[in-house]
Design a protein around this ligand. Sequence first.
Ligand SMILES: Nc1nc2c(ncn2[C@@H]2O[C@H](COP(=O)(O)OP(=O)(O)OP(=O)(O)O)[C@@H](O)[C@H]2O)c(=O)[nH]1
Length: 503
Amino acid sequence: MLVFQARSIKHIKAFTQRCMSRCSITLHAHYSDTPHKKSKLAPLQERRMIDQCKIFAKAGDGGNGCCSFRKGRPDGGNGGKGGDVILKCSPRVWDFSGFKRHLIAEKGGAGSSKTMIGTRGADKVVRVPVGTVLHLVSGDIPSIVKTPSSTDVDPWEIPGGLVDDLPDLGNGSISNVKSGEEVKAVHLTSCSSSQAAETNIEKSEESRHVASTAVFSQPSTSDVTPEFGTEDTGEKQEILYSVAELTEEGQQIVIARGGEGGLGNVSFSKDSKKLMTMKAGVSQNISNLQDSNNVSLHTGLPGSETVLILELKSIADVSFVGIPNAGKSTLLGAISRAKPTVGDYAFTTLRPNLGNLNYDDLSITVADIPGLIKGAHQNRGLGHAFLRHIERTKVLAYVVDLAAALDGRKGIPPWEQLKDLILELEYHQDGLSNRPSLIVANKIDEEGADEVYKELKRRVQGVPIFPVCAVLEEGIAELKAGLRMLVNGEISYKICLDQILLG
Ligand SMILES: Nc1nc2c(ncn2[C@@H]2O[C@H](COP(=O)(O)OP(=O)(O)OP(=O)(O)O)[C@@H](O)[C@H]2O)c(=O)[nH]1
């Protein structure tokens, strides 16, 4: 019973209100069919693209081996192998938003009597977008899985064959990622024998050394992206840039490898002890084992830990580059079946939209890169987020707005737009604009745009210019034919600042 002593009318009112509010809370909790107010999530287009993130991966520890006897004979089974942490390339993932930063795989099960092997810990498989590049902060260099295997395997076996015929860098371990190249990774090959295990552990150490030498001795290469500052703790980290990349649907890469299970006493023999010593590889484990202490042979090995920075770079045949509002998204919709957001305001596009440009015998991927403004290379506007995507494009289509400076509008004329675009690309990375290009002169339907188009042709020579009206889909067939020839290499025009008459 609630005892309440009223001191004033005001006091009574306040008490009644408090009771009412409590009642209403209870009522809401009771009626399950009360409509919930769903939190309003912004549609993807309106969210800022997350194209970089730092992750920590921990593979599962191996399960312990069992020590058991049956009728005086040992019958303890081996522990199961810990699960791996695997990144899987999927075109259904766009960026790293909602991506978990801590990826932990399951431990292996303990072995048991009657020679029963412990269960293999489940792998942690996480989907990443096509074009994900891996930079290693700490841990072992990741390894590409050649044929992903879903079946459980012997605790001593590494699941899925590992690529062992990768391009070498020095001593067969790692190669830097350069645009257009296929697989770049490294690793321990399958340890079918104790000898192999030992060799591979050594190899891994060597490869790490080679990798760091290779990357850091050439800091000016495009592999080095000195801008991972978002989650910086102030400490200087040594990062191995571009240790691997995922470029094709279904590709998988093991970023942390599960620990081997411990030995059950049925497997104990002089040979197995030697095998375990080699498998351990790690100095502290070796010293434990040298004590001939059986307990450590039973103990499963810890799963590896890795810290990586994932970076997303799109891979498209053609990128539409232009100032905000030039009509890039409208154009992408006009030439492909993509349905990008179109708006009469700057930065409608916050992430690259991708579309497929289909021909009878060919399909070309086109990316609509978010609008580029002056100072983008210093991360103004959407800055680096999109400049990075251009790095991985074969052909550039500069989309200029013919109407930007018409009728006293505050925009700049197309030749100035072109100059600014080229400068931004070059500031971001030397030579970024030096690839097959064409110009799309958009909004030819606007009054006075014809004159501007003629002026543009006079001022910019040596590169094809396609007048189009993206909204009415005019001039699209000619543009498609031009893009095809550039992508195929049938024609190759490049554009540089010297070709533009300014002033
Ligand atoms: N008159 C005319 N308007 C066009 C044409 N193409 C696009 N627009 C308009 O220009 C505005 C901007 O179009 P978007 O396609 O969103 O431009 P964008 O370059 O993708 O813009 P950002 O996302 O800011 O980079 C919209 O109002 C379009 O309707 C065209 O050919 N003629």
